[in-house]
Design a binder for this molecule. Structure first.
Ligand code: THG
Length: 262
């Protein structure tokens, strides 16, 4: 499992404030904590507060790279904001994200090629998030074939079936799990998959419990990466234990510690 830390997102009050005040220390603390707790990659999202999101993305990228060396996942709906991060990134970045719309694909896939980046494809288009697994697979196929046309290795492509909050879209959780299974047979090799896990519990009371229960199920259905809160220790323990049960890591009595030390 690739763990992508979600906490550097301007939607969080502390992070939004740090971006506006250019408070390096605050961002660097969140970056270091996430990596210490097992994040393999850090998501970087300027959020809604930045007046100049291109400038904010440049500042965030430089600030984070001063203290950690994990790859970054540039999270924005604007290609120019993503490119601002890609230009400064030191490692193999992830573009978060394209949709299945031609307009988006034709803008973002050339960026993936130019910067040798991985890319997340959301299974949605202008008509919105699909309600069923069939439409999700249709979008996934469109994204995969477009990547092939742009000469992007499938190994660099993550398909995101888009997690909806369980309190307002309850049947969607099961549709999403089935999609993860369907994506395994959509191409050869199959695409990797990723979800924004915390979406599932937005607006609910037992967020951590819902997040980790859904994560374990999604891993069982073939999930390869997740955007999560790595400071949620019970979530990370459940993730590590899932890998153990699926025979992806070796059992020893201290497997949690052993995994944490990589
Ligand atoms: N897919 C992809 N990228 C994504 C998402 C996705 N990026 C953004 C998001 N979804 C994943 N990241 C988060 C980050 C925070 C929260 C949820 C998902 C979250 N935040 C609190 C909330 O909204 O209640 C904020 C609380 C606060 O303000 O302090 O839940 O699906 N590819």
């Amino acid at each position: 499992m690739v763990t992508i830390g979600e906490l550097i997102n301007g939607m969080y009050t502390v992070v939004g404030k740090a971006i506006v005040e250019k408070d390096k220390k605050a961002i660097q603390k969140i970056a270091k904590e996430q990596v210490e707790q097992g994040a393999d990659v850090l998501d970087v999202n300027t959020g809604p507060v930045a007046k100049d999101p291109v400038d904010a993305m440049k500042w965030l990228t430089e600030t984070i790279q001063e203290v950690v060396s994990v790859p970054l996942c540039f999270d924005s709906t604007k290609a120019a904001v993503i490119e601002a991060g890609l230009q400064l990134a030191k490692g193999k970045s992830i573009i978060n994200s394209t949709t299945a719309d031609d307009e988006k694909l034709n803008k973002l896939l050339p960026l993936a090629k130019k910067y040798n980046a991985q890319i997340i494809g959301l299974t949605l288009d202008k008509s919105g998030v699909p309600k069923d697994r069939h439409k999700r697979s249709e979008h996934a196929l469109k994204i995969i074939s477009s990547c092939m046309e742009h000469d992007i290795p499938l190994d660099d492509v993550y398909i995101d079936p888009i997690v909806m909050p369980v309190n307002v879209a309850q049947p969607q959780a099961m549709e999403l799990l089935e999609s993860l299974r369907e994506f395994q047979v959509i191409s050869d090799p199959p695409p990797k998959t990723v979800v924004g896990l915390s979406n599932v519990s937005q607006g609910t009371k037992d967020r951590s419990l819902i997040n980790r229960t859904f994560l374990v199920m999604a891993i069982a259905f073939g999930l390869s990466a997740a955007i999560v809160d790595p400071l949620d220790k019970e979530l990370m323990d459940a993730m590590i234990t899932s890998e153990l049960i699926l025979n992806k890591s070796i059992y020893c009595d201290s497997y949690l510690n052993a995994y944490r030390k990589k």
